[in-house]
Ligand binder design. Structure first.
Ligand SMILES: [Zn+2]
Length: 299
């Protein structure tokens, strides 16, 4: 089932129309029993308009055919498909209407399932391309998780450029549906990035996303960013960027007060010598900004 799920995520990441009928799933595609129902229940597959072509597996010479669909008195007046293949062993093939039904991956369904698996939000950032799907707060690593589709498409740079909410996030991490966007499109530093198709599976009948490889990337970055310490002024400038209207003096005071309370990691020195650790500061910054946004909404 997990390899199948990966195939579906890969299909949803491509800009092509792809769909499956029952026969393509089970007879031709080797889908595990029950997988179709499960994927529909999860919203990952959705039914689309019926197909004109049917795979005639029961024929001595199986092929894709286009039957004629008519009400049939011998089947209580139900619409049935009729196809004369011309083979004397077959006669006229009579087909159930269900054989025309077909399903395609649903990007909206995938986004909902991912957001649910991450226990997080589902906010569209760029229509049909970028979503905020949750937050990760584990082993001291705090990140906002964004899902993106079409990392390999020619307009990937424009997609990132339009993803204001992602670009403004002080602590983003990105799950690409399958194909990772090229490194050069990140104008202000590449966030931790991983292919969702690589870390998604099914466990106990539910969608499971293993964030461990992403956490490993963050740990590696922290070691690499060892001198990523901010002065109080640098931190204040970042805060002013998040909260327009805040003056430098006020921002510095707010940061000093938070540092004294231990709201983020510092070098434990005071005044000019004080340095603030960037990652824990970013987590705090995110909370401040959300609090500020909530306050705006309440007004
Ligand atoms: Zn036949």
């Amino acid at each position: 089932m997990t390899p199948l799920l990966r195939r579906l995520l890969q299909a949803a990441d491509r800009d092509t129309d792809i769909c499956w009928g029952i026969d393509e799933m089970y007879t031709l595609g080797n889908w595990p029993a029950g997988s179709h129902e499960w994927l529909v229940k999860m919203g990952i597959l959705k039914e689309i308009q019926p197909s004109g072509l049917v795979w005639l597996w029961e024929c001595v010479d199986p092929d894709w055919v286009e039957p004629t669909w008519l009400p049939d008195a011998r089947h209580d007046g139900r619409i049935m498909g009729f196809y004369a293949c011309g083979n004397e062993w077959c006669g006229v093939h009579v087909l159930e209407h269900d054989r025309r039904r077909q399903w395609a991956p649903s990007i909206d369904g995938i986004v909902s399932a991912v957001a649910k698996a991450l226990g997080g939000a589902n906010k569209e950032v760029v229509p049909q391309r970028v979503w905020l799907v949750g937050t990760m707060n584990r082993d001291g690593a705090y990140r906002e998780l964004f899902l993106l589709r079409g990392g390999g498409w020619p307009d990937a740079a424009t997609m990132i450029h339009c993803a204001d909410r992602l670009l403004r996030s002080p602590a983003p991490a990105v799950l690409a549906l399958d194909e990772l966007p090229p490194p050069h499109i990140w104008t202000s530093g590449k966030p931790p990035l991983i292919a969702l198709s690589e870390i998604t599976g099914i466990q106990d009948g539910v969608l499971h996303i293993d964030l461990q490889p992403l956490i490993a990337q963050l740990t590696a970055r922290c070691a690499w960013d060892a001198d990523g310490w901010l002065s109080v002024t640098e931190a204040a400038e970042l805060l002013m960027h998040d909260l327009p209207g805040l003056e430098l003096k006020t921002a510095r005071a707010r940061i000093s007060a938070a540092a004294n309370r231990g709201a983020f990691k510092t070098n434990h020195l005071k005044r000019e010598q004080r340095r603030i650790e960037a990652l824990s500061f970013n987590s705090w910054r995110l909370v401040q900004r959300d609090r500020d946004l909530d306050a705006e909404e309440d007004e």
